[in-house]
Design a protein around this ligand. Structure first.
Ligand SMILES: Nc1ncnc2c1ncn2[C@@H]1O[C@H](COP(=O)(O)OP(=O)(O)OP(=O)(O)O)[C@@H](O)[C@H]1O
Ligand SMILES: [Mg+2]
Length: 252
């Protein structure tokens, strides 16, 4: 078994045959760690994430997830493989016409047809309680609960299938500082309470990245410019990293 949850080797991607959005990316994310991916806008963070999720195919290079080479998988196999992932995007992406509880039941109904309905509800309820949502909100629609509760619901849904890897893409972008801190803490708590789970967070929020991540990877022009502990980032001599970090931190 690989000690790495994710390995990227010389990953390259071009959409138009000319410009390489990902241009020789190497990254190894050890199992059980929390990694933050940072970098200027348009440097390929989301595109990289979509390769790991198997939503994009590389132009060249290796994408290995949980010890498996994704290029060897068919579309159908990738769909099944994605059950190992929980994903929380910026907007929570809840289904508006489903209740909170139904939203969390959804992946279980889709992927765990072996489970009877009462078991599905039991698991969904348990996930909602774990992320701190009060049961009085379970029968509400997403637009009837606050932004923070929507995040909790999205996270409960991401956890429904007990994923091995949790992905967050800009989980706090657009939130106010109080909500941002709540979501950051929720990510950290979720990670801590699940031994062995690997968390990968793409974030503009450097405070959170340096506070909660074991490792940080800064991307630039489709490559990993620096990978290391938050400490390594504070000590670096790389000008571009220093500038990015100095600008991005609210508290110094
Ligand atoms: N499906 C696509 N087809 C063509 N180009 C794409 C596609 N997806 C992304 N790109 C391009 O890839 C580049 C990197 O985009 P990406 O979304 O990865 O940036 P990012 O680092 O996540 O930025 P941000 O911090 O703003 O989210 C952009 O120039 C974007 O236009
Ligand atoms: Mg992005």
């Amino acid at each position: 078994m690989s000690q790495f949850a994710i390995r990227l080797k010389e990953l390259r991607k071009t959409f138009d045959g000319k410009e390489f959005i990902v241009d020789g990316m190497n990254l190894e994310i050890p199992k059980g760690t929390l990694t933050a991916i940072i970098g200027f806008s348009g440097t390929g963070k989301s595109v990289m994430l979509k390769h790991i999720l198997g939503l994009f195919r590389p132009t060249s290079g290796l994408v290995e997830v949980l010890g498996q080479d994704l290029s060897k998988k068919s579309q159908d196999e990738l769909t099944v493989f994605r059950r190992n992932f929980g994903v929380l995007f910026q907007g929570s992406a809840l289904f508006d016409d489903m209740t909170v509880l139904e939203n969390v039941c959804f992946p279980l109904v889709e992927h765990r047809r072996d489970l009877p309905e009462d078991k599905v509800v039991e698991i969904a309820t348990q996930k909602l309680i774990q992320v701190g949502l009060d049961s009085k909100h379970f029968q509400k629609l997403p637009n009837q609960i606050s932004g923070g509760m929507q995040k909790r619901t999205g996270l409960a849904r991401a956890l429904a299938l007990d994923p091995e890897i949790l992905f967050y893409d800009e989980p706090t972008t657009g939130l106010d500082p109080i909500l941002t801190e709540m979501v950051d803490n929720l990510i950290l708590e979720t990670h801590k309470h699940r031994p062995g789970i690997t968390s990968v967070m793409v974030s503009h929020d450097l405070d959170a990245a340096f506070r909660i991540a074991d490792h940080v990877a800064m991307l630039d022009k489709g490559k990993v410019l620096l990978w290391g502990t938050p400490e390594d980032f504070y000590k670096t001599d790389l000008e571009l990293v220093k500038r990015f970090v100095d600008k991005g931190l609210r508290r110094k």
